[in-house]
Write a protein that binds this ligand. Structure first.
Ligand code: NAD
Length: 229
């Protein structure tokens, strides 16, 4: 089976109603990164950090996957496909994708501040001060904050180095190390970049840029790939 890697960012979830970070109207216009998404913010004001993620989680419970998420799941039976996502939402899973690697954590999970291996599903949308792990330590969002290591980056790089086809969808390719994953994909493998604001990247071999929204273009690209099988 040919291997497809799909690298996704906030843009694939935009048409589901989840704000991206950097577009106009995006989350960083209303919140400063350093106030809500860094270890320093957690040390300074954990209640504010928890509230920021509580609001994101509440919103996530109200939205649904869009045609792009559902279309990707149609590839699963025909390709060895892994979605590597920078998103912390669960819309790929709810859209039916079987193998999803989250680079930046998962909004619907919490983690012990004392033992990073203790990870829990959050019931409902709230995580509060006083919510503790089984060892009695405060729980934090299971999110990779800016300035923290990205534990899944090596498995992601390995997957990219074996990809026969790469789809990159809805990412500004501004956040490293995720943005560097494209460099691991073999030069000979076709690559598609789907993002309405995508700019030409002539230094990336075999890249086709599709400057369109994910919801309207990904189903057609999936049809094209299925015809090739
Ligand atoms: P980003 O905000 O930097 O970039 C979003 C990209 O999506 C932009 O290039 C934009 O042009 C594109 N886009 C907007 N609407 C689109 C559409 N309808 N179809 C396709 N593309 C569209 O996001 P990023 O590159 O993912 O990096 C930022 C970080 O933000 C990531 O680490 C991620 O964890 C986090 N984030 C996640 C979510 C989520 O889980 N849904 C939401 C916001 C931010």
């Amino acid at each position: 089976m040919r291997k497809i890697v799909v690298l996704t960012g906030a843009g694939i979830s935009a048409e589901s109603g989840i704000s991206t970070f950097r577009d106009s109207g995006g989350l960083w216009e209303t919140h400063r990164i350093e106030d809500v998404a860094t270890p320093q913010a957690w040390d300074k004001d954990p209640a504010l950090v928890l509230e920021f993620y509580n609001q994101r989680r509440k919103k996530l419970l109200e939205v649904e996957p869009n045609p792009a998420h559902y279309a990707l799941a149609r590839l699963d039976d025909h390709f060895d496909l892994t979605v590597i996502t920078q998103n912390v939402d669960d819309l790929h899973e709810r859209g039916g994708s079987k193998k999803v690697l989250h680079l930046h954590g998962e909004l619907k999970k919490s983690r012990s501040t004392a033992d990073p291996d203790l990870v829990y599903e959050i019931q409902g949308w709230e995580l509060n001060l006083g919510d503790t792990c089984e060892k009695g330590s405060q729980l934090r969002p299971h999110i990779v904050w800016f300035g923290e290591a990205v534990p899944n980056i090596m498995p992601a790089a390995n997957l990219c180095s074996q990809a026969d086809i790469l789809l990159v969808i809805g990412t500004s390719l501004a956040v490293y190390p995720a943005a560097g994953l494209i460099d691991y994909v073999p030069h000979s493998s076709p690559k598609y970049l789907i993002d309405p604001n995508a700019r030409p990247m002539p230094w990336i071999p075999n890249l086709t840029v599709i400057p369109e929204k994910a919801g309207s273009s990904v189903p057609g690209i999936v049809d094209m790939l299925l015809k090739e099988t």
